[in-house]
Design a protein around this ligand. Structure first.
Ligand SMILES: [Zn+2]
Length: 74
């Protein structure tokens, strides 16, 4: 029983590792321009690998219920 338990733990660990590896490999290069046409600053692209959105769109995506937030942060 102990051996089986350990096997399962190892399998779960390996499975999590595989998922993480796949997630990292799936990360696309950062976009130069957001889908709204706004240029994504180089610092933002460097800070967030695979970033797709400008700051405004990211805020809108993260907080769709607060549309006024982006203009205050600009
Ligand atoms: Zn945008």
């Amino acid at each position: 029983m102990d051996v089986l338990d350990r096997l399962t733990e190892e399998e779960e660990f390996l499975y999590a590792l595989r998922l993480e590896t796949r997630r990292l490999q799936a990360a696309k290069p950062s976009a130069l321009v957001c889908s709204c046409g706004e240029e994504i600053p180089a610092l933002r692209r460097a800070a967030i690998p695979g970033v797709r959105f400008c700051i405004d769109c990211q805020i809108l995506n993260d907080h769709p219920a607060r549309p006024g937030l982006s203009s205050r942060l600009r």
